[in-house]
Design a binder for this molecule. Sequence first.
Ligand code: 2AM
Ligand code: CA
Ligand code: CA
Ligand code: CA
Length: 265
Amino acid sequence: MNNNEIFASASSWIKEAGERIKESFKTTLNIETKSNANDLVTNIDKETERFFITKIKERYPAHKVLGEEGNGDTLKELSGVVWIIDPIDGTMNFVHQQRNFAISIGIYENGVGKIGLIYDVVHDELYHAIKGEGAFVNNIRLHTLEEATVSQAIIGINATWVTPNRRIDPAVLGALVKDARGTRSYGSAAIEIAQVAAGRLDAYMTLRLSPWDFAGGLVLIEEVGGVASTLKGEPIQLLDENSIFISKPGLHEEILKKYLGNKKW
Ligand code: 2AM
Ligand code: CA
Ligand code: CA
Ligand code: CA
């Protein structure tokens, strides 16, 4: 695939989609719930996904699309070129705050991440990476990540994971939260992964994400020398739900060893 040509298309479409989303602030949203009362979806999530699918199928008929709202292809494997799209990542922020949400796109060829785009619409910040060419925010190159330690780290984590929940003993991550310099929660996985790529967060972790939440971000992280795995330190499966642990080097090993490793959770 021609990475630069496809990136040019993707970045012009992502900006156009962002404009449409901003226009929608003037309209009344149609809000529905999905898996639970706090899992929201709107007509704009669906319209934005359809916008990308129409553009992609028109320009690149052989490419496949995997999107959160299910209007794309059903995929069992990752052969060929696959666009993995979250039309609005951070729908709760979109609905409640009209900011702090992003469009996330990861473009993979035979399972290898080639292009990642995360567009923080309201702040007009476009993070992008092209495999082998580095990662950028609004075309300014991001630095390679340096090693960090827990005592000096700001960690992106949702408070849910230090309260009783079905996925992890809250004491495991509670100990980490206590030892870290600080924690932040932005409510958009894609923005949080982009913040790690930009060095503004030292790590980000969560117990369950889907491919469209992390596909774009993983390309960014690889280009800046970050480390990405599940919370058990295992490789992320691109077509499945995973726990996600993204970090600066050094810090990743320290957290796995001291807080997550060898513990039953
Ligand atoms: P979404 O807004 O695209 O649904 C919120 O902490 C982050 O987790 C968002 O990136 C959100 O993506 C994601 N997320 C993944 N699964 C979710 C779920 N079942 N309910 C709410 N948010 C979810
Ligand atoms: Ca969702
Ligand atoms: Ca999402
Ligand atoms: Ca979404």
